[in-house]
Design a protein around this ligand. Structure first.
Ligand SMILES: [Zn+2]
Length: 358
């Protein structure tokens, strides 16, 4: 790995007026730096129209791009390459971002105790992950681990989370999954333990940014069976509800993935509140859903409903809003009075009294 130059290292060299060493491999963003580009985050051009009126050249509006891009076939391999890569400026930026996302998960009540975990893919067979037995709200960059996609630990002071293998079940099957976040957000997890399908066609943003929500059958967390089950569903679904467990989401970078965690829990909370209002849930039409799914695909996100007909969309009739809770009576059945029995008893008593009088 010693001959791979990252964007941060490239900037350092440019600052010193130096060129890349002979035979060095440049990551795509390092190449941009030597070509006069700027450092992370890279910025994607959002449009080509120049603002500022005629004759004035101003920078086009742009969107920050935090996706980590590695050079294929150039993973760190020897212990010294791994150590250098793990402590490189580009990786340290990602460790910081994992701590930020962990704090946001904990502050929003999506994790409790040591629950939840975060991974970012940083090579063909390399990923950063959070350690086991740690509160996600108070992690520091020094807590992060480097592992291969089979979960073997390569670097880091703490032991990696066992649930990382579930994340890699998705990453191995879906190359666009560059980061995964797992948590137990209460509203979405409530649907997972009540075994109630999350209805669709209710909020347009959910259709675009979450897409079809997948459901993975229950398997013991951290087992290969769970990684296979979740991986198969996650291949075509960016948000997966794990039965009796929680949620796993993926994105192109760690914040992109984290947003989906907020999206799904907010969606489930809103559906739950709406279902209790008593007016039923008003869905938009299959045709309208199709437009949103097309938009999602244009943004480069997968959706297993892409080939469905309009009439096959918005069909979550199995959703049961307004569940009724039945609580057992405090009075034992034998002591309960029944109006019918009471009426019969008083009628018989009345007849007996009449005969006695007669
Ligand atoms: Zn979990």
């Amino acid at each position: 790995m010693s001959n791979v130059i990252t964007a941060r290292e490239a900037e350092e060299l440019v600052r010193k007026g130096e060129k890349p060493p002979a035979g060095a491999i440049l990551t795509p963003s390092a190449r941009d730096v030597f070509n006069g580009g700027s450092l992370q985050p890279a910025f994607k051009k959002a449009g080509t129209a120049a603002a500022g009126g005629p004759g004035k050249k101003t920078a086009a509006p742009s969107i920050p791009d935090y996706e980590f891009r590695w050079t294929p076939g150039a993973d760190a391999k020897t212990p010294s390459e791994i150590e250098r890569f793990f402590n490189s400026p580009a990786i340290n930026v990602l460790k910081d971002r994992m701590c930020d996302m962990g704090r946001r998960l904990w502050q929003r009540d999506y994790t409790d105790g040591n629950g939840g975990n975060i991974t970012i893919r940083v090579g063909d067979n390399l990923a950063l992950c959070t350690p086991t037995l740690i509160c996600k709200g108070f992690m520091t960059p020094a807590d992060m681990c480097l592992v291969d996609l089979d979960g073997n630990q390569l670097a880091g002071l703490r032991v990696r989370t066992s649930e990382a293998k579930t994340h890699f079940g998705i990453m191995k099957r879906q190359p666009n999954a560059k980061a995964c976040v797992h948590a137990h957000p209460p509203h979405a997890t409530a649907f997972a333990i009540a075994n109630v399908d999350i209805p669709s066609c209710l909020i347009p943003e959910a259709e675009v940014f979450l897409g079809k929500i997948g459901v993975a059958k229950y398997q013991t967390p951290g087992t290969p069976a769970n990684a296979d089950e979740v991986g198969e569903i996650g291949k075509t679904h960016q948000a997966v509800l794990m039965q009796n467990h929680g949620v796993i989401v993926w994105g192109k970078d760690v914040e992109d993935a984290y947003w989906k965690m907020e999206n799904i829990d907010s969606y489930c909370r809103t559906v739950w509140i709406a279902a209790g209002l008593g007016g039923g849930l008003h869905r938009f039409t299959g045709g309208q859903a199709k437009e949103l799914i097309n938009l999602r695909q244009k943004l480069g996100m997968p959706d297993p409903r892409a080939n469905l007909k309009e009439c096959e969309l918005c069909d979550s009739a199995e959703f049961r809003p307004g569940a009724v809770c039945q609580t057992p009576s405090a009075t034992p059945a034998a002591e309960q009075s029944d109006p019918q029995i009471e009426a019969v008893v008083s009628a018989i008593t009345e007849q007996i009294l009449k005969r006695l009088k007669g």
